[in-house]
Design a protein around this ligand. Structure first.
Ligand code: ARG
Length: 289
């Protein structure tokens, strides 16, 4: 008679050491850069005269997908549309919070068809979708930070969209005005690190918005102009790992000091269109799996 099997020990809940940053597993929607190119210019980074290496863009984008997946995040894909070279920037495709989807409505005609394409992806999967009444470029200008929805305006997203988002998601919206055309989307000037910590480049914001950020986030990580120009603020954080372009060396050091683990990714080809890691990544919060 064999002895009764020992009860397997219950694994102790993984408690974080004080000050330790804890990653939360995320779901991201991304779009392969199959048709990526720079053939028009709608921001100061885009020069259609400068060649783009499509194969290299693909390798770099694959590297980002691999970095997400190897740290346990789920990446879903949307089919890229021919003729829409910026569709790789999935962050602009919508805003998704609690399973509700606010569609994107692009400022420029060159990207107009991307809004319906992304919305259809969500509709087909059973998300609660809402057709936006006002111009907004998805998570390019809407960043969720804990209980606040930080919302950019000035270049792309119409300020009237902020009210619309506030009503739909039932979250207080903090409107922030961008003033430097190089940092035309909120996600090029500010990144959410965790529910109550952000990093940003103050000079990209109006004086008033800078004041708001100072009050809300007295401990924020402050980026230098070099960090911002290297698109270091176009970063994705899971609460512990921060995926950001390798060129943002000052930010990388700062993040380490604050207990984060920078994961450096190389996306130089996408930068020719004014985008990097965060631009390629739309977070899926809630909704059907
Ligand atoms: N070329 C694109 C544009 O100007 C880049 C979009 C970058 N996306 C972002 N989330 N910042 O619209």
């Amino acid at each position: 008679v064999s002895p009764a099997p020992a009860v397997p020990p219950v694994p102790a809940p993984r408690t974080a050491a004080p000050g330790e940053r804890v990653a939360r597993t995320r779901r991201y929607l991304m779009c392969p850069p199959t048709h990526f190119d720079v053939v028009y210019s709608i921001n100061p980074w885009m020069d259609p005269g400068k060649p783009v290496d499509g194969a290299l863009a693909r390798l770099q984008w694959d590297g980002l997908v691999h970095a997400f997946r190897s740290l346990g995040h789920r990446v879903e894909l949307i089919e890229p549309l021919p003729g829409y070279p910026d569709m790789v920037f999935a962050a602009n495709g919508a805003t998704v919070i609690g399973g509700k989807v606010l569609s994107a409505r692009f400022r420029h005609v060159e990207r107009a068809a991307e809004g319906p394409a992304y919305l259809e992806w969500f509709r087909a999967r059973g998300y609660e979708t809402h057709q936006a009444a006002h111009v907004n470029e998805g998570e390019g200008d809407y960043l969720l930070a804990g209980r606040y929805l930080l919302a950019g305006t000035g270049f792309r997203t119409d300020i009237r969209s902020h009210r619309e988002a506030e009503k739909l998601f039932g979250l207080p919206v903090v409107g922030l005005r961008l003033v430097d055309p190089r940092f035309y989307h909120l996600d090029t000037a500010l990144a959410v690190l965790d529910d109550d910590l952000i990093m940003y480049y103050p000079e990209a914001f109006s004086r008033e918005s800078r004041g708001v950020l100072r009050v809300l986030y007295p401990d924020a990580v402050i980026a230098t102009e070099e960090d911002a120009e290297a698109f270091g603020l176009n970063a994705v954080s899971d609460g512990r790992h921060v995926f950001l372009p390798s060129a943002a060396t000052h930010l990388t050091d700062e993040l380490r000091e604050r207990g984060f683990e920078p994961i450096c990714v190389e996306l130089s080809e996408l930068l020719k269109s004014g985008g990097s890691a965060k631009c390629c990544t739309l977070e899926l919060r809630g909704g059907p799996r």
